[in-house]
Design a protein around this ligand. Structure first.
Ligand code: FAD
Length: 396
């Protein structure tokens, strides 16, 4: 590991010497960083990486940040970096790697995730959006409706799960596509949320054409591939690296310190309890990321996502309580379409309202408990009566 570090240090030094961040434009610096294999060091050579252990990325990021180098604004393209990239890397062809990964990492192409539908959220395998091959052109023709699509209003591409065979049981008839969001037939309509913002959307797909080479994996493999995305999604939401006492717990601790008049024995006990839980979650998140680093993202990612959501809601509620009337003040009802969720840069009232979505997005807490029960604790699975029934014969 230490020889990797000294090699990486030399590569970073060479990059900084050839492209001084003080005088090199942001885009040019990021391109040079990709070409040097320092974008994500665990990716293969030629794809922004060096084939090294994943956890060395933090070392590179720290060296570059200390030198004042720009990052690729990861919060702008969370779905692209956190979900689309690992899925494309794992299941894509060399041509797909070549075409999609570089602009994705550079933030030149933003991605969204077209999974959920009005009748298929927790039961993702039930999606009804159809993709039908056009034999004459080799393209796929997609029709259907998606919902709760974060960042669809900003996205250039989407990861899409669609039904390609209605005659087989639901899990077997799905395929996974990379769909251009600027193609004719894609209509994005804002959905206003509890916070007043429209961070997500409905997406209507009418005769949208997807080139044959934008099918990811094989026809019928969509469920297996979607699971790569879902595993990455849970780690990416619940296992983010945060310094001690940062994030939501940092905000509440700050409110506690600056509002001595609001302290009671009861709120003190709650704060201590939540602080300890947040610290345990932070350390567990670090362990999950290490599992990911050795290529073994397990169902434990579901536990970190579950705990993250519960803590965010409890911490934001305590903060609002500590702030009294000030905590309830939330009057920003202008319809805005933010390009990221900014928990720490906003008021307590925003945090309280937005945290409600944490136990729904990326899999509801009930579903994550089911996963933990079945795959971690080995308890009996839910009865699955639709396992052997063709999707077209299921009641809807
Ligand atoms: C802020 C936010 C952002 C989102 N972004 C995206 C996105 O970018 N792309 C995307 O595709 N989707 C996105 N979603 C959608 C999200 O993934 C779904 O809302 C979620 O999977 C739940 O599905 P559903 O809304 O259809 O609820 P349902 O599946 O209808 O569930 C309703 C309730 O029933 C419970 N339930 C359902 N089945 C079971 C079961 N078997 N056992 C126990 N309880 C059960 C659920 O937990 C839930 O409480 C987003 C959601 C939110 C809130």
């Amino acid at each position: 590991m230490s020889e990797h570090r000294s090699d990486l240090e030399q590569r970073v030094t060479a990059l900084l010497e050839a492209h001084d961040p003080a005088t090199t434009g942001r885009a040019a610096f990021l391109r040079a960083r990709w070409d040097a294999g320092l974008a994500w060091v665990h990716f293969p050579v030629g794809l922004g990486g060096l084939g090294l252990p994943r956890d060395l990325q933090a070392y590179v990021d720290d060296l570059l940040a200390a030198a004042g180098a720009p990052d690729n604004a990861p919060e702008r393209n969370g779905i692209g970096l956190g979900m689309a990239a690992p899925t494309i890397l794992a299941h894509g062809t060399p041509e797909q790697h070549e075409r999609f990964l570089r602009p994705l990492w550079l933030g030149e192409e933003i991605w969204c995730q077209l999974f959920s539908e009005p009748g298929a959220g927790s039961d993702l395998a039930a999606v009804a959006t159809r993709a039908v091959p056009d034999e004459a052109t080799g393209e796929w023709v997609v029709n259907g409706q998606k919902v709760w699509t974060s960042s669809a209003h900003l996205a250039d591409f989407a990861i899409l799960v669609a039904r390609t065979d209605p005659d087989v049981p639901k899990h077997g008839g799905l395929s996974y596509f990379l769909l251009g969001m600027r193609e004719p037939g894609v209509e994005v309509r804002p959905l206003r949320q509890l916070t007043g913002e429209a961070e997500f959307n409905e997406v209507f797909l009418t005769d949208v054409r997807v080139p044959g080479d934008q099918l990811l994996g094989s026809v019928g493999e969509g469920w297996r591939i979607a699971n790569t995305t879902l595993n990455s999604e849970r780690v990416s939401i619940g296992g983010q690296a945060v310094p001690r006492e940062a994030g939501m717990v940092g905000k509440v601790a700050e409110t506690w310190r600056t509002h001595p008049g609001r302290r009671t024995h009861g709120t003190h006990q709650r704060l201590l309890d939540l602080w300890v839980q947040a610290e345990a979650a932070r350390i567990t998140g670090s362990r999950v990321r290490q599992q990911l680093a050795v290529g073994a993202p397990g169902p434990e990612g579901s536990a970190t996502k579950l705990v993250f959501a519960r803590l965010a809601q409890q911490l934001s509620a305590l903060e609002v309580e500590l702030l009294g009337e000030d905590g309830l003040r939330y009057d920003d009802w202008a319809l805005t379409r933010p390009d990221k969720v900014d928990f720490t840069g906003r008021d307590a009232g925003y945090r309280y309202l937005r945290a409600k979505g944490n136990s729904i997005e990326g899999g509801t807490s009930e579903i994550l408990r089911n996963i933990i029960a079945e795959r971690v604790l080995g308890l009996p699975g839910e009865p699955r009566v639709d396992k052997d029934v063709a999707w077209k014969d299921l009641p809807r």
